[in-house]
Design a protein around this ligand. Structure first.
Ligand SMILES: Cc1cc2nc3c(=O)[nH]c(=O)nc-3n(C[C@H](O)[C@H](O)[C@H](O)COP(=O)(O)O)c2cc1C
Length: 183
């Protein structure tokens, strides 16, 4: 199973990028997570450019990668209680044509890390709602909520053993969920 991993932060030393890197390491047998590195190249959505002739190459690449992936693993910071614009913008590009896009029917799991106590819980409620509009199937789960991130990462690596174990189990659940969705 090939999973496209997306971190909703462009920061080099991002906790969420480090969380995604840990997921690459901890993915169960039969699942490969490939981090998507193109988010910084996606321009702001412009319907005038969303045509087969004018669509930016970065967006064409994003959509191709989503189409080729069996599932999506999205981890993101919470910005002002919601989804960072950079991530929402990429989802908007990928979501067209509405209800018939490359996102339609794609299994996904979501999570996030933040310095706060509730580890992106409010962002995840909003992200679930946004993905609902795109017909992505988000795994029902109590959640991958990594709070107090400054105590769990060091030098760009997830070092907290309990969180690593939780993430490994989460990815095992996700593997089963996505496999069942694929039939
Ligand atoms: C514009 C902005 C808004 C933020 N809003 C929240 C928030 O609502 N909740 C929260 O827990 N952290 C918030 N933060 C702090 C982020 O959780 C923190 O910067 C985190 O490290 C970002 O994730 P990253 O390390 O993956 O880049 C905000 C940060 C920024 C820049």
């Amino acid at each position: 199973m090939r999973v496209m991993g997306i971190a909703g932060s462009l920061r080099q030393s991002s906790y969420n990028r480090a969380l995604l890197a840990a997921a690459v390491e901890l993915a169960p047998e039969g699942m490969t997570i490939e981090p998507y590195e193109g988010l910084a190249d996606i321009p702001m959505y412009n319907g005038d450019l969303d045509t087969d002739e004018l669509r930016p190459a970065s967006v064409v690449d994003l959509k191709r990668r989503i189409a080729e992936a069996d599932a999506l693993f999205i981890v993101s910071p919470e910005y002002n209680y919601s989804v960072p614009g950079v991530l929402k913008n990429a989802i908007d590009w990928a979501s067209r044509p509405g209800y018939k896009s490359v996102l339609s029917g794609k299994p996904a799991a979501i999570g996030g890390a933040s310095g706060g106590g509730i580890g992106t819980a409010r962002m995840q409620v909003h992200l679930r709602e946004v993905l609902y509009a795109t017909l992505v199937h988000v795994m029902p789960h109590p959640g991958l909520l990594v709070g107090a991130a400054q105590t769990k990462f060091s030098d760009g690596r997830l070092t907290d053993e309990a969180t690593r174990q939780f993430l490994a189990n989460f990815l095992r659940d996700f593997h089963a969920f996505a496999a069942a969705r694929r039939g």
